[in-house]
Design a protein around this ligand. Sequence first.
Ligand SMILES: CC(C)(COP(=O)(O)OP(=O)(O)OC[C@H]1O[C@@H](n2cnc3c(N)ncnc32)[C@H](O)[C@@H]1OP(=O)(O)O)[C@@H](O)C(=O)NCCC(=O)NCCS
Length: 133
Amino acid sequence: MSHMDGLPEGRQPVLRLPATPQNTNAGGDIFGGWLMAQVDIAGSIPAVLRAEGRVVTAAVRSMSFLKPVRVGDLVSLYAEVIKVGRSSLQVAVEVWVQRRAPVLEALRVAEAELVYVAIDDAGRPRPVPPAGT
Ligand SMILES: CC(C)(COP(=O)(O)OP(=O)(O)OC[C@H]1O[C@@H](n2cnc3c(N)ncnc32)[C@H](O)[C@@H]1OP(=O)(O)O)[C@@H](O)C(=O)NCCC(=O)NCCS
């Protein structure tokens, strides 16, 4: 995709998908809970890569819905680890949509911060390995 698409330059979304009619609320826009699920999935991607294995979501520190998401929007989720503790990882997620209205526009629609915890096979917290190993 070209840099003229309105999305943040120089960053790659971890997840992209269309907003479809089965995920609407009574008002006809996309249900916030659907977006929260996508945010959780997106946030887990850099967390799993950095933790080099399984993680669980420990907390959703914040989630702000900035603009409604509409059916037909192409949703792009950006996520990055912003802080690493012993076994926890704080992840920032930004959600953008691209929409033809009727010209293509890109809108930042939500932002969130989540905490994931690296776990072992027994589901107990395990240390996050040092970066770049
Ligand atoms: C997350 C979980 C593994 C933490 O286990 P725990 O025994 O409480 O772990 P600890 O108290 O030793 O904390 C481990 C780390 O998690 C962090 N943590 C635990 N609960 C947290 C919370 N609610 N918010 C932020 N961080 C949290 C601690 O700060 C600690 O971080 P550090 O290792 O970087 O210092 C456990 O609570 C759990 O399994 N929760 C359910 C997770 C889940 O199923 N999520 C999906 C829900 S559908």
